[in-house]
Design a protein around this ligand. Structure first.
Ligand SMILES: [Zn+2]
Length: 311
């Protein structure tokens, strides 16, 4: 069956590039993050890519895309945000199967503070707590599905606030519940340098992970350019690729950000718009998708199925 799918991919996937998005690869399953792959799941996913696809570095893939020379079943692996488990859990598996990857890092979280969304999830995950006080209202946490649902509601509620007020709201929730912060989840500059030294491509993902669209152009420019410069200083390598935070074209960023990225010395930028990319797509608006299936055959079918989508 996998062989048939590989053939289907060869026929359907000519000059189409699949770029996969990951965030974390968990050492152990986490009931608050059932959709994040564990090391075990990521291992067979990467083995499947090695056996039935053609994993490429982003640089190679872009070169082929622009010259219409992409090999069949071409795929790139990318990670967003800069989680430490990219280095400690994912990288050894990538190395084992010889799969290149790109990790896009929001540099404002490289000094010990966690991202606001992880802080929310952690607050709702505390097993020693049966209830939380949320803006004065006592809320029962219940079982894992209910905790996930509650965390999701708060993530949606705070997502489109400006950075300052958003962090202030999360701070208030921690204070209201006398909650203790989780240990750092993201890589520090030394760890980023270590990951870069393994050959993993490091890309920029702004400083504070804002919704770029709601910021004035000058602030967008700071976020984009300064994250690039910081990462170049930390890794001592040129940073050539960018990922838009949240990443939906029109909703999270617009042509202002695209123009800034284009004029800041980047070679490409990835979105979270679902799909595969063809030579006709702008390299500053590359599409991606998340292979969320935790069963091998479904995962493979879904990867091939992407080729039916319009580029
Ligand atoms: Zn991100």
């Amino acid at each position: 069956m996998h062989k048939l799918l590989q053939l289907a991919g060869k026929l359907l996937g000519r000059n189409k590039l699949s770029i996969l998005i990951y965030h974390q690869v968990l050492a152990e399953p986490d009931p608050m993050r059932p959709s994040e792959p564990t090391a075990e799941v990521f291992d067979w996913q990467m083995r499947l890519l090695r056996d039935y696809f053609t994993p490429l570095s982003l640089d190679d893939a872009l070169h082929h895309l622009q010259h219409n020379t992409l090999p069949a079943n071409a795929v790139c692996v990318t990670f967003d945000d800069g989680y430490l488990n990219n280095l400690t859990v994912a990288q050894p598996i990538l190395a084992k199967y010889g799969i290149p990857a790109t990790v896009y890092i929001a540099t404002g979280f490289s000094h010990g503070n966690n991202m606001w969304n992880d802080r929310i999830i952690y607050l709702f995950s505390d097993k020693n707590r049966q209830q939380l006080s949320l803006q004065g209202e006592k809320v029962e946490l219940g079982d894992w599905p209910q905790r996930r649902e509650l965390a999701q509601q708060w993530l949606m509620k705070l997502k489109y606030l400006a950075i300052g007020p958003r962090i202030a709201e999360v701070d208030k929730l921690y204070l209201e519940n006398e909650a203790v912060e989780q240990a750092p989840l993201m890589m520090n500059p030394a760890e980023i340098k270590q990951l870069a030294a393994t050959g993993t491509c490091i890309g920029a993902h702004t400083i504070n992970h804002p919704i770029l669209k709601v910021l004035p152009a000058a602030e967008q420019q700071n976020e984009i350019l300064q994250s690039k410069q910081q990462l170049e200083a930390w890794t001592e390598k040129p940073i050539k690729h960018f990922a838009y935070p949240n990443g939906v074209i029109g909703r999270d960023f617009d042509e202002t950000a695209v123009g800034i990225v284009q004029h800041s010395g980047f070679d490409s930028a990835v979105t979270t718009d679902w799909g595969v990319s063809t030579g006709g797509n702008s390299v500053f608006k590359l599409k991606r998708f998340t292979p969320w299936d935790h069963r091998e055959l479904k995962f493979h079918i879904r990867l091939v199925n992407q080729y039916w989508q319009k580029g």
